[in-house]
Design a binder for this molecule. Structure first.
Ligand SMILES: [Zn+2]
Ligand SMILES: [Zn+2]
Length: 227
């Protein structure tokens, strides 16, 4: 028995049952996003393969969106629990679920995963960035490159959930991120996968994508655990 499990016994993040982080009962209630449910990251309407509709494309828009699960049940609880208490094993198991539940996701070593950064003050307060932990694990599992030195969060924002109006949310996300252009000139970036834990309004990923594209990146896809 692992020494740590004496003090922090493994409990299901969904129902609290002892033994596993994702018990067999909760696992069966997980709802993967089906291929018929993928959406365009610009308009939010149905789109094949999560590819942005040609008519929704701009110079700074995302090229597509991949989300693994519906943000409900045990998945929602797992993401929340990682946000408040970082447990390596939960991160690993959640990423395993993502990869094994999705037949279309391929190992791709010329893609780069970049997690959505937290503002330095929030990082200090929380101690870690959950998008970074999850993204890093995903990149290891899929043999993709992983970079945290490209994108920076330069402005602190009000959490999106606290903002009721769409206009507020759009204003809130303006000029939030900046790119390290020196770093970007030094590496030959191809497709960038912008990673976040949850897609809600998409404002965060859209804003970060727009900065990357203004810096010359040709293709940017969004990827989230849940939606
Ligand atoms: Zn359970
Ligand atoms: Zn669209």
């Amino acid at each position: 028995m692992h020494l740590l499990s004496l003090f922090f016994p493994k409990r299901c993040v969904g129902c609290g049952r002892l033994g596993l982080y994702f018990c067999d009962v909760c696992k069966t209630s997980i709802e993967p996003i089906q291929s018929s449910e993928t959406i365009c990251p610009t308009c939010g309407k149905s789109a094949m393969g999560g590819k942005t509709h040609p008519k929704c494309k701009t110079n700074t828009s995302l090229d597509g969106l991949i989300s693994f699960f519906h943000y409900r049940g045990v998945i929602k609880q797992a993401i929340k629990s990682i946000k408040y208490r970082y447990v390596t094993d939960v991160v690993q198991e959640l990423i395993k679920l993502c990869v094994y539940n999705n037949g279309t996701i391929k190992q791709c070593n010329h893609h780069v995963i970049i997690p959505i950064p937290l503002h330095s003050s929030r990082l200090k307060f929380r101690g870690f960035n959950q998008a970074e932990k999850l993204g890093e694990q995903l990149s290891t599992t899929l043999h993709m490159q992983f970079r945290t030195d490209v994108l920076k969060r330069t402005r602190k924002t009000t959490p999106q959930v606290e903002m009721r109006h769409r206009i507020d949310r759009l204003q809130n996300m303006k000029h939030v991120f900046s790119c390290n252009n020196i770093t970007m000139r030094q590496w030959n970036y191809q497709t960038i996968i912008l990673f976040d834990d949850v897609w809600t309004t998409g404002a965060t990923l859209r804003s970060a994508c727009s900065e990357l594209k203004k810096s010359g990146v040709k293709e940017v896809w969004g990827m989230t655990i849940a939606r």
